[in-house]
Design a protein around this ligand. Structure first.
Ligand code: HEM
Length: 489
């Protein structure tokens, strides 16, 4: 192998004897700390967690190389996979090699465009329930402040309907506590990944015990869904040949070569539930922040809805493609507030990237938010400008200043390469439908003048201290929207 330097030559913050940089980590704002260090030490820099050397990359080309060269040259960090598997969420996200290929095939098929399109009426049904729920809640609580929880419930309902063929209806069923249990999983996984030692194996804290209660609750719920689906397959054997959703496909494999194990079935149901819920609901929550900060964005969305959807509401998925401004809002929110800002990878073999040598098993942190918010790739990078994503086909869609990198490559909220998020299309559809439902009838604003929102890293990146409330849009504003001309905005 030819190279002119190794990872040991990279600069980085000075660590402490024995522990390296572990004690310097600001766990609640890890992604911001990695961004700051990137500004200080360069796009590639070195850290040490106890005795383990780590390379952090904020370089989109370097990140793209690693994302693209999976599963052969790189894998997800083995410690991450161990923590995820240890809590029982052993699915496509943590799998590698042939196991991953097998699980990816069925996951990707369940979430492909054809399935999402066939399922569109159900997404609309969930959105209508959300709308009813909001309009009723606002009667008793004129400034409804629970938007994050509402989005979590809506995304849980979509995933369980689409992937498991099961209508959980957590939006209307306030007794259903699934959302509260699901919410505990990512923060716990995050805590365990960042813990230098698996203390929970020897001593269970109160939060470990709470977490176990939540996991057994979810196991019971998923167990019931599995039993009902198995009964359905037994009564309708034709479904075993032509399964209509993810769970049916996994159960149908029991009677074929190379069946999924029960751990894989449970693990993938958890994976779907988690991967589909936390990311999409946090992106929607961050969107409400920008809606409150820039009320004119709400007006533009309403104008576009009026143009494209009209009075009759969504009729088909084709209308979504015409919602160019709403799609641009999602891209801009995901650029400025990417909910998965750090991806953890590991080398399967010795590799040379950018003329630098990294040994087998080397640990990489791909930091995605630094490039997405950098002036190097985006003009007025810290400003919220959805229009930057609306380009005419004739206009060259590259970032200003970057020369060769496309905007999409500098901001990669869904990862990339063969393990690109398979739920991307579903997430885009959910985003457009739920955001339209919200903005069409309701007004979003801050509950106080102080904007104290903070980015909290808990494996996904969440909005802390977000003081956003909603109220029914006054009739007058609706009339004004009728006269609002999007093209002049
Ligand atoms: C705004 C919403 C979402 C964001 C930002 C997001 C982001 C991501 C990212 C960054 C990854 C890692 C990709 C990589 O390693 O290159 C990922 C993986 C994954 N996502 Fe999403 N996701 C979203 C919604 C969804 C939805 C709705 C589902 C399904 C219901 C889903 C299912 C998955 C699965 C199963 C994986 C693992 C794929 C694999 O390892 O092969 N995601 N997502």
């Amino acid at each position: 192998m030819n190279y002119s330097s190794t990872f040991k030559d990279l600069k980085g913050p000075k660590g402490k004897l024995l522990v390296g940089n572990v004690l310097d980590l600001d766990k609640d704002r890890l992604h911001l700390q990695y961004e700051d260090w990137g500004n200080e030490f360069g796009k590639l820099y070195r850290l040490k967690f106890l005795t383990t050397p780590v390379t952090v990359s904020t370089d989109p080309d370097f990140n793209a190389y690693i994302l693209k060269n999976r599963p052969k040259k790189f894998r997800r960090l083995s410690k991450l996979a161990e923590v995820i598997n240890d809590v029982g969420v052993e699915g496509v996200f943590s799998a590698e090699g042939d196991d991953w290929k097998k699980q990816r095939r069925v996951t990707q098929k369940a979430l492909d465009k054809r399935h999402v399109e066939a399922f569109f009426p159900k997404i609309i049904q969930v959105a209508n329930r959300l709308d009813n729920y909001w309009s009723n809640s606002l009667k008793s609580d004129p400034n409804h402040p629970h938007l994050t929880q509402d989005f979590i419930r809506a995304t849980i309902d979509v995933t369980t309907n689409l992937a498991f063929g099961y209508d959980m209806n957590t939006v209307e069923n306030s007794e259903n506590t699934t959302q509260q249990h699901v919410e505990k999983i990512f923060p716990k996984i995050n805590q365990r990944i960042n813990s230098p030692f698996p203390f929970h194996k020897y001593f269970k804290s109160k939060s470990d015990k709470d977490f176990e209660v939540s996991m057994s609750y979810l196991k019971e719920v998923l167990g019931e869904i599995i039993s009902e689906t198995q009964k359905l397959l037994d009564e309708n054997p034709e479904l075993k040949e032509k399964p209509t959703n993810f769970l049916e496909a996994m159960l149908a494999s029991q009677e074929k070569d190379n069946p999924f194990t029960w751990d894989e079935i449970f693990g993938n149901l958890y994976t779907m539930l988690l991967a589909g819920e936390d990311t999409t609901s946090n992106t929607l929550t961050w969107t409400t922040y920008f809606l409150a900060k820039y009320p004119e964005v709400q007006d533009k969305i309403r104008a576009e809805l009026k143009d494209v959807i009209g009075e009759d509401g969504f009729q088909s998925l084709d209308q979504l493609k015409e919602l160019k401004y709403i799609n641009a809002v999602m891209k801009e929110v995901s650029r400025l507030k990417p909910v998965t800002p750090n991806l953890y990878m590991q080398a399967n073999e010795d590799v040379v990237i950018n003329d630098i040598f990294f040994p087998k098993d080397h640990f990489f942190i791909l930091q995605l938010s630094a490039a997405a918010r950098s002036e190097e790739f985006f003009e007025e990078a810290l400003d919220f400008i959805p229009e930057r994503w609306i380009t005419e086909p004739s206009v060259n869609n590259t970032c200003p200043y970057s020369g060769h990198i496309k905007k999409e490559d500098a901001a990669k909220p869904f990862g990339g390469g063969p393990r690109l998020c398979p739920g991307k299309y579903l997430a885009e559809v959910e985003f457009a439908v739920f955001l339209s439902t919200l903005v069409n009838k309701y007004q979003i604003r801050f509950s106080s003048e102080k904007d104290e929102v903070e980015e909290l890293f808990a494996f996904t990146m969440q909005a802390k201290n977000l003081n956003v409330i909603m109220s029914v849009l006054p009739i007058n504003d609706k009339q004004e929207v009728d006269n609002y001309n999007l093209s002049n905005a």
